[in-house]
Design a protein around this ligand. Sequence first.
Ligand SMILES: Nc1ncnc2c1ncn2[C@@H]1O[C@H](COP(=O)(O)OP(=O)(O)OP(=O)(O)O)[C@@H](O)[C@H]1O
Length: 720
Amino acid sequence: MSMSDDDFGLSSSDELELQAVADQADNGTLNGSRKHARTGSEQHNEPPSKVPKTTDAALNIATEVLQSRFKLPAFRLKQAHAVSRVLRGGSAVVVFPTGGGKSLCYQVPGVAIKRLDKLHGVRQGHAEGGITLVVSPLIALMKDQVDALKRLGIRAEAMDSSKSKEEYMSTVEDMREGMLDILYCAPERLNNEGFVASMASVKGGVRLLAVDEAHCISEWGHAFRPDYLKVARFAKEIQAERVICLTATATPKVAEDVCKAFDIPPEEGVFRTPTYRDNLHLHARSFLTKEESYPELIKFLNQHPGPSIVYVTLQKHAEQLADRLRRSKLRSRHFHAGMAPDEKVACQDEFMASKNMIICATIAFGMGIDKANIRNVIHYDIPRSLEGYSQEIGRAGRDGKESHCMLFMCAEDFHLRESFTRGDLPSRQSVRSMIQNVFSTMVSGTGKGTIIELSLQQVSKEWDIKQTVAKNIFAQLELRFGLIRETTPKYTQYQYKELKLPTDNSPVAQAILEGSRKAKLWTYVDVDSVSKKGSISRESIVSRLNDWNERGFIQLETKNVHQIYLVLKPLPSTGQDRQALSDKVYRELEIREQQDLERMDQVTNLVVGKQCFALALAKHFGDELPDKAQECGHCTWCETHQPVELKKPPQVPWDSKAFAKVLEAVPERDDPRYLARIAFGIASPRATQAKMTKNRVFGSMEDCSFATLLDAFTKVCDGE
Ligand SMILES: Nc1ncnc2c1ncn2[C@@H]1O[C@H](COP(=O)(O)OP(=O)(O)OP(=O)(O)O)[C@@H](O)[C@H]1O
């Protein structure tokens, strides 16, 4: 089976976001340049003496807010501990399982902080007010949260790219006037100079900075995003009084990294609740092929009726499986981020109301779904990591009733999983050449005004480096080496698919419609030329497009984004220095690949291990079973005391004919990874451009291990 970028449905912006959070990212240790935010009283704008000290008063107010505003009777799990620490001015890390109630840990303080000020008679006048800022990577979830808060009468807003200029300005104004309690934004927003400046001058300051999906900060996390490290720097720059980091999945190492990034003392500042849930029965089975596993899936679903989620890796497989289940007389629908917004909503609504529906979905489904009676969560394909697995099974049985989680290990799937991981690491030569060229040809200006302007899309094409990886290389140059600093990007090209565009006779709408180029599927808008032609500001055009997108009239995508980096230090100028820098960057990318491969092994080891699944999972997160029990009593291991045996396809002998054909089809000998990827069936910008993904040799050696292929092609390229 071969894989291409399209398989991941990267056409849809929220899948991009989700994928970025969920998929293995690609960068390395950035410890060297970590800048620490101050915490506790040291971090306050107010003198420490004015910080409320009595826990009881803080907790009383928090409970009062919980009951009167949020209409909930009492805190649960360790919510009260975390809220109380935050209200006393401390920073915290909260590790609660999915649906554990993390949001309340910052939402309640977001309202209670100001009441507490009043009670203690502090911050009257000038410094009154302030806001709670929430950094969250998922725009769709942000909107849901804001709507829910508004319904409760809490002054909340979100700053996302779909905001029109007017809406943006009105939110900024509200902030200035101290009219806002909670503001959500995406981490990318922190690269926007205007936003950082407005946060630094918000009336009353940022009282609390909440960082959602905080595991993205850690290089040990399954979804490391170097951009996320900028949140720690940002916290310091805007002098956030205190910070609360929230995640559902943090191994001890990840929690340690998050603590380090924000100077949170691990002993008092980390609030963790056990992930173990005794109503979840964890099962696993092993198969050679999907044809073998499908009848077992049907059997399982028939034996365990009730609302179910079946997770698969690729969008097209979600569609195909749902279709197949329907043909097997099961009520089923697919869900993935490539669907139109109203289709997604309809699907979710139907699932929420149903008592027997099966959703075949990619990982895009589930976040924000608060359905208590999901009876089964099935991984029909191998999950990407134990963190992902744990998060996904956590959606089952929130009502506490018996629920079943089945993991199918299918030998056929390993190829796709490995392709994901192997597809990220570019060749060393690509990274060297990219850095060499960027530093010599894309730098402009002098002195303080020196900038690097580039299009990641072009960089990616030219040097055969995935865009996400290229972005991470620049994040390394920024955070680890302090050479550059990313600033507000520039968009030059927008494109949209019409969904149901209403009549809009406004001059700006007319200018867009008349000045755009309509192709079969997409309409292309060159913002600068439409602006010139129609004498309409760039901002009005962009905000109208965003408005249409927001209302579901169009599906909007931005193209030709130009990344702008300010140059902070003299860049290495000799070829030798640039190469040394590139090699340091490359080393980190190699480490990421290794970690991602290990993550896959961890999933396999859970299933084939001679240990209770629930215990092994708890241990992975630095936890244990209640009363130090060694067995849960109802997982596959506990029921059989036999490890699941991994089915392995018979070893295929080395196919020298296929090897020769690859060499014949690909004349280049400059990059063994390029050759190995083509043989293995992994798309890359260079392969796509050379139309190699359509060539017969693409994926022709997928039965070989990638490492073996790499070895063989390296020998050829080295002339051995
Ligand atoms: N103390 C409480 N009492 C009753 N309901 C609560 C309490 N805390 C949270 N909830 C409810 O639990 C549900 C899940 O909460 P929330 O969305 O904050 O979880 P989460 O930990 O952020 O989950 P996820 O990891 O999926 O984002 C919500 O419906 C919320 O209202």
